[in-house]
Design a protein around this ligand. Structure first.
Ligand SMILES: Cc1cc2nc3c(=O)[nH]c(=O)nc-3n(C[C@H](O)[C@H](O)[C@H](O)COP(=O)(O)O)c2cc1C
Length: 166
């Protein structure tokens, strides 16, 4: 089974969850940024798992990314990593495929809104069918890190996905 876990991640939390999901799926899975998950890579994927952070209650928009690029928040541990395209842009360019798909988001526990629903809709538009219910993984503070136990939960979810799709 060819599986890829694609992420948008400005401060590394979603990337860490993506790596844990890929570990859980098994050695055949790779975690890749939206820049690395090119059309050639996704072409024959049996499973695509895609994830992004919730920002301003939704899947990050270009407007949010542009604001963050210039905001220079002193509380941020690093500047945002904007070197890879947004999940929105990646989904808009995703060529048609016929594998299975699943979506996840990283977020606060209490926040309204979400990102995984929009991601799943984008994957379905490209022809992928839903393998599992979207998942939420929780952070401790505005910029992370993940809450205790979330990486382990992500690894376990990866294992479940592998069993559902193989
Ligand atoms: C500018 C900003 C806005 C955010 N807005 C929300 C939000 O509306 N809802 C939420 O649940 N989390 C929100 N968060 C928390 C992020 O979703 C969380 O830190 C996420 O794990 C960051 O992922 P990343 O490190 O992969 O970029 C926000 C974080 C930042 C920095």
């Amino acid at each position: 089974m060819k599986a890829i876990v694609v992420y948008e991640s400005l401060w590394g939390n979603t990337a860490a969850i993506a790596r844990a999901i890929a570990e859980g799926i098994g050695p055949e899975a790779r975690a890749l940024s939206t820049a690395e998950a090119t059309a050639a890579v996704t072409a024959d994927a049996d499973l695509i798992v895609a994830g992004a952070p919730v920002m301003a209650f939704r899947l990050p928009t270009d407007k949010i990314r542009n604001t963050l690029a210039i905001s220079n928040d002193k509380k941020a541990p690093t500047p945002p990593n904007l070197s890879h395209p947004s999940m929105r842009t990646w989904l808009a360019g995703l060529p048609r495929g016929k594998g299975k798909a699943a979506a996840f988001e990283t977020r606060f526990k209490w926040s309204p809104g979400g990102a995984a629903g929009s991601i799943m809709r984008g994957l379905k538009r490209a022809g992928y069918s839903k393998a599992a219910k979207p998942q939420k993984f929780l952070v401790k503070g505005t910029y992370g890190p993940m809450k205790d136990g979330e990486l382990e939960r992500a690894r376990a979810w990866g294992g479940e996905l592998e069993r559902l799709v193989k």
